[in-house]
Design a protein around this ligand. Structure first.
Ligand code: ZN
Ligand code: ZN
Length: 375
């Protein structure tokens, strides 16, 4: 019996050792920008840090920016939401009483973005975070300008996401109802959404409704309106007909059809019955993980990531990225290093100690609020 136990123990040891090498999330080396993915130039990092430091000096608000290669470099997490929440609470970002911390997390190889909010933010700020991701971060990321997107997202988060303890600037425009909304041009659905939200925010039940509504409206409502509004023929001015899925394919190029098949883009095809003019418009699909192919430029480029050697507390790991294009079949392989896992005491005490020390956070927590995006 004893011998069996020893055999079992020996067999299990490597597995245990392995599990202990990985942590749920990385440990911070600064309270400003933790660029674990190593994608920011020193200049970009300095610019982002300047924003973060200014906010700390101005209002004491702690925001931190984190880049990682992939969540797979750490212990398994269900999604970016649970990963960022664990990191947020593990680090203790924000003031422990106000819970006003902010986290901008980017997982480069996973193509995931998360703005996580401290527990002190009202739910409606989730919608603000969602809008910042869609308008400030995703467009820049889609063009490969990661540092620009992070900087713009950081600025927007610090200036637009409001905590109840912020000095409330009096709103100069108070929406009065339907009349005000109807005067808005139809082409600006976001303005309408904002008015409705501001209106509802004054009502007690409104707030709970707001996060979901804003996220839905911002993500899909605006896109839907954009997508299905009647279009006029640029040649004759007639209202054009939007073709159905079956009819539109003949007007799409091979690469565009592949984009639709791999669900990275949707295409709408409008047809003028008067002069047979055709307008093709492509819409990026949210949460698509397909990048633009460096060879054919269609959003049909897929990356698979394999951890060849996991990172440990003593050495860097190695991951292999296999890129392949569903359209032109261009292939490329890339080896990237996984940053060394920083030694962890797994205790909150080192982060929640108060004071204004620049090397620790204030001990704030998050209950999972915020917004996610992908590019
Ligand atoms: Zn026409
Ligand atoms: Zn290609």
């Amino acid at each position: 019996m004893f011998r069996i136990l020893i055999v079992l123990a020996v067999a299990l040891l490597p597995a245990l050792g392995h599990a202990q090498d990985k942590l749920p999330y990385p440990q911070h080396y600064t309270v400003l920008t933790n660029d674990f993915a190593d994608i920011l130039s020193p200049e970009a990092e300095a610019a982002i840090n300047a924003e973060l430091s200014a906010a700390r000096a101005r209002s004491g608000r702690e925001m931190t920016v984190v880049t990682i290669r992939s969540r797979e470099d750490y212990l398994p997490s269900a999604d970016i939401v649970s990963f960022s929440k664990a990191l947020f609470n593990g680090w203790g970002i924000g003031n422990s009483e106000k819970n006003d911390g902010l986290l901008l997390l980017v997982a480069i190889d996973d193509r995931e973005i998360r703005i996580a909010l401290g527990a002190g933010y009202p739910a409606r700020q989730d919608g603000v975070a969602a809008r910042i991701i869609q308008t400030q971060i995703v467009p820049a990321f889609r063009e490969g300008r990661i540092a620009d997107g992070i900087l713009a997202g950081t600025r927007a988060a610090l200036s637009q996401i409001r905590h109840p303890s912020d000095a409330e600037p009096t709103l100069s425009v108070v929406p009065t109802g339907a009349q005000d909304i109807q005067q808005r041009p139809v082409a600006k659905p976001e303005g309408v959404v904002q008015n409705v939200l501001a209106f509802m925010g004054d009502h007690p039940l409104g707030a709970a409704f707001l996060a979901a509504l804003t996220a839905l409206a911002g993500f899909f409502g605006g896109r839907y309106v954009q997508r299905y509004r009647p279009r006029k023929c640029p040649q004759c001015g007639n209202v054009m007909l939007r073709l159905g899925q079956a009819q539109e394919d003949q007007y799409l190029e091979h690469g565009q059809l592949v984009e639709e098949r791999v669900k990275s883009k949707d295409y709408g095809v409008w047809f003028c019955t008067n002069d047979e003019h055709v307008t093709v418009i492509g819409y990026p699909v949210l949460f698509s993980k397909k990048a633009a192919c460096p060879q054919c430029n269609y959003h049909t480029y897929e990356t698979e990531r394999f951890v060849k050697t996991p990172a440990t507390t003593s050495s860097e790991g190695v991951a292999q990225l296999n890129h392949s294009c569903h359209n032109c079949h261009h292939k490329a392989t890339e080896t990237v290093s996984i940053p060394r896992v920083t030694e962890s005491s797994n205790s909150r005490s080192s982060f929640s100690s108060g004071g204004s020390s620049s090397s620790s956070f204030g001990g704030g927590s998050s209950s999972g609020g915020g917004a996610s995006g992908s590019w």
